[in-house]
Design a protein around this ligand. Structure first.
Ligand code: SF4
Length: 344
């Protein structure tokens, strides 16, 4: 069965479901318990369950094979003439070609909160002003830089060219990279550019305690007036000794005045906590004090709490701490979820 939506083409074939954007590029393919997702750079990422949740990036050959399969299915089952043209103009190699992505994003996108995966990502800044958290490797390849309004305008045009009619799938604008909201006055003209290119779209971005606390409470109202709607606050833990060990500046308690100021400005907040960080040695204190901190924050139904399963990166200073990891991260995640459920 084919489903023709303004923003996407869907093919449902029993145990297979294929989704294409309006440029005709597959962005999601479900096949008997396997989920393939195409990233903006053309790479394919596989998710599946083998006891616990697993994910991996496909090799070039594997990705080409899956793209061949998807196009062959579309050729047989997609009937609408316009949608057929959109999809069948692609080749497996064309779908995998990362050059258009690299033109729009010379510095690849690092990480996004899960509910921002389908936003338009704009790099008002690249890198992170701190870049020294022991566990973080996202921006080690780049210095912190901000774009001038002119350069940002060009970047917006390059991103729009990359997305094409795939833009129809996306809602909201995510201001990347690590902490674009660390900017003071220079952020304002950049937000104005976003407002001109994406009128009425909600703007989202990461924030950290140590940059957020440098701002006056009234600052957040000015950003709200320019379209900012949600900030994702990387608290990581409510346990101060663990935060210090992670080499992230600030004290967890400082989240209280910051979240209060954000909420008073009309912003919603996505609080990020890293389940499993600190391993066995910190498990109990991390859990207890993170929940205690959450219970004090003035969060409402419009806010989110992200429980991010901690993945140790062997190329970070965290790995040198040699902390014994939790044996059952999935089980720990469920413990946190159960503890938070009464608030949901
Ligand atoms: S502040 Fe955020 S982006 Fe910067 S190093 Fe720490 S975790 Fe990474």
């Amino acid at each position: 069965m084919e489903l023709l939506r303004l923003e996407a083409t869907l093919l449902s074939l029993g145990d297979r479901v294929l989704s294409f954007d309006r440029e005709g590029r597959p962005y999601h393919y479900f096949r008997r318990g396997l989920t393939f997702k195409r990233a903006l750079d053309g790479s394919l990422h596989l998710r599946y369950r083998e006891g616990e949740r697993r994910r991996r990036k496909l090799t070039r050959e594997e990705a080409l094979e899956v793209y061949r399969e998807v196009l062959a299915l579309a050729e047989v089952h997609l009937k609408d003439a316009q949608r057929r043209r959109e999809v069948l103009r692609w080749t497996p190699e064309g779908l995998l070609d990362s050059r258009p992505y690299r033109e729009a994003y010379p510095w690849p996108i690092g990480i996004l909160p899960p509910d921002a995966y389908l936003s338009v990502v704009l790099q008002a800044t690249t890198g992170c002003t701190w870049n020294r958290c022991a566990f973080c490797s996202f921006y080690q390849d780049r210095p912190f830089q901000k774009r001038s309004p002119e350069a940002f305008r060009e970047h917006i045009q390059a991103v729009l060219a990359l997305l094409g009619r795939g833009r129809l799938l996306r809602r909201g604008v995510f201001l990347a990279d690590g902490n674009a909201l660390a900017l003071a006055e220079p952020l304002l003209p950049l937000l104005e550019e976003v407002g001109r290119a994406f009128p009425g779209e909600p703007v989202l971005g990461f924030l950290d305690l140590f940059t957020g606390l440098k701002k006056e409470a009234s600052w957040w109202g000015r950003l709200h007036a320019l379209g900012l709607r949600r900030v994702y606050l990387g608290l990581e833990t409510g346990h101060a000794p663990l935060l210090a060990l992670l080499h992230k500046p600030g004290h967890p308690k400082e989240a209280l005045p910051l979240v209060r100021a954000l909420k008073e400005a009309g912003l919603s907040v996505g609080v990020i906590l890293m389940v499993g960080a600190g391993g066995k040695a910190f498990r109990e204190a991390h859990f207890r004090e993170s929940l205690a901190l959450l219970s004090e924050l003035p969060l409402g139904p419009e806010d989110l709490v992200y429980l991010s399963p901690f993945q140790e990166n062997p190329h970070t200073p965290y790995a040198r701490l040699a902390l014994e990891p939790l044996e059952d991260l999935e089980g720990e995640l469920q413990t946190w979820v159960r503890a938070l459920r009464p608030w949901a």
